[in-house]
Design a protein around this ligand. Structure first.
Ligand code: LLP
Length: 436
């Protein structure tokens, strides 16, 4: 077991690392770097922990739904569907992948603050669990589309309670200035409930809120649930479904909290139960929709070290063959990471001196000064040909990856008990038709 790494990770005295029964050196040699590797056992464990804590804390019906935006591809989606998860999709692309991967429509809901008519039509036609209506404008549009196609649809309303949470400002979604959802404060949320309940074409089944991402505080969640329930009571609406969103955080660096997810599940569950007692409602279906918490820790990023140099101010720069194109999180949110060095084949047997650590900056290969993967980390002295592994890389790296500098997107592997499956092939910049 290696801190921050997937649960199957092991490190040998010569610094070699195995994951899911596979040697990362071998995988890097066969598939090239940058390489992303997901450990099946870690993902299954996360699902199991969440399910068990829901069962322990909530006596009503419940569902674990994966937020596809954290990382989605057809083969990954098949594994997630096979685990019995639901999925939250936010685009026609994600919707189509969910359908092809075998998710039942009753386990899929569609999010988005500006869904296109085409996305709404497709979700209606497929008969998803819910279209999560984000505004009064969208409510009117969806009703028109439903009426024109003669199809009724289930909806939830995304409510904005006006709560701020402690996270990067770009990850807040329910504060007063949020572009997401229907504010309670000015009556838009109540108006939407009222209109939806009176609609012939839309069947309002639930309320949803999502406070933000990488959150470790319980209070905003319990307050949000109270506010949603108060709102529903005020409008004489009894929710069948209640979704307090996702957002529970994971630990990337020692400074991050290690508040367990069970606390989140239990706080939310208790508040819903109290509110239901107060209102005399039966317990609604509780839908949690984490993305990061399910997949972040399952994934690692593997790079090859190239140039090692000293900057004019004395900073030691270790440059790897990826960077902000496959992981924009440090540049976007000043996100922190740890790393491990795997000695390369050019080293003496045993890997050389791996015990003496030096302060270095890990930079990528892209043409921006902000392309720093880790501004400061302690590593053994790095050489060209070593591998650098960054754990907790499974969420919001590849789903936000770009082709900046026309970089090919990396290969993605799934390792399970010694078996390797390719989730995504590396893009090939020398292939005919690349970037025409
Ligand atoms: N539900 C909704 C409506 C969301 O918008 C999101 C994430 C989730 C669930 C899942 O949140 P999670 O459990 O993964 O925190 N790119 C940022 C995170 C953006 C989150 C976007 N929405 C990052 O890399 O930190």
């Amino acid at each position: 077991m290696i801190e921050y790494f997937p649960i199957t990770a092991a490190i040998a005295p010569d610094g070699k690392i195995t994951l899911g029964g596979q040697n990362l050196d071998d995988l890097a040699r066969s598939w090239g770097t940058p390489l992303y590797v997901y450990d099946a056992a870690t993902l299954r464990r996360q699902v199991e922990i969440l399910r068990r804590s829901l069962q322990a804390a909530y006596p009503g019906p419940s569902q674990v739904t994966y937020a596809g935006k954290a990382y989605f591809s057809l083969r990954m989606a098949r594994h997630l569907a096979a685990l019995g998860l639901g999925v939250d999709v936010v685009s026609l692309g994600e919707l189509n992948i969910a359908r092809q991967a075998g998710f039942a429509p009753q386990r899929v809901h569609l999010h988005g603050n500006n869904k296109s008519p085409q996305e709404l039509e497709n979700a209606l036609k497929w008969g998803v669990q819910a279209i999560v209506v984000d505004s009064l404008d969208e409510l009117a549009l969806l009703e028109e589309i439903a009426k024109a196609s003669g199809q009724t649809g289930r909806i939830w309303l995304r409510i904005t309670p006006g709560l701020s949470v402690q996270t990067h400002p770009y990850r807040q979604t329910a504060h007063p200035a949020s572009k997401f959802g229907l504010p309670i404060e000015d009556g838009q949320a109540a108006e939407a409930i009222h209109r939806a309940m009176g609609s012939r074409w839309l069947h309002l089944t639930g309320l949803h809120t999502h406070l933000g991402s990488q959150i470790f505080e319980l209070e905003p969640y319990t307050r949000a649930v109270e506010m949603l329930c108060e709102l529903a009571r005020g409008e004489h609406f009894t929710p069948e479904d209640l979704s307090p969103g996702g957002g529970w955080g994971v630990r990337y660096v020692p400074e991050d909290s290690d508040e367990p997810v069970e606390g989140w599940v239990s706080a939310v569950s208790q508040t819903i139960q109290e509110q239901c007692r107060l209102a005399g409602w039966p317990l609604p279906k509780l839908i949690l929709e984490p993305g990061r918490w399910l997949v972040a820790e399952a994934g690692v990023a593997v790079y090859t070290v190239g140039v090692v140099k000293t900057a004019m101010d004395g900073t030691c720069m270790v440059a790897v063959d990826g960077g902000m194109a496959d992981n924009p999180r440090p540049a976007l949110y000043q996100a922190g990471y740890t790393a491990r060095l795997i000695p390369g084949p050019q080293r003496p047997p045993g890997g050389g001196d791996l015990a003496t650590l030096h302060k270095v900056t890990v930079v990528g290969k892209f043409c921006e000064t902000g392309d720093q993967l880790i501004p400061e980390v302690m590593l053994p002295s790095a050489q060209r040909g070593d591998l650098l592994v960054i754990p907790v890389s499974g969420a919001y790296h590849l789903s936000m990856a770009s082709n900046y500098n026309l970089a090919p997107r990396p290969a993605v592997l799934w390792v399970d008990n010694g078996q390797v499956e390719v989730l995504q092939e590396r893009e090939d910049p020398s292939a005919a038709g690349w970037w025409v």
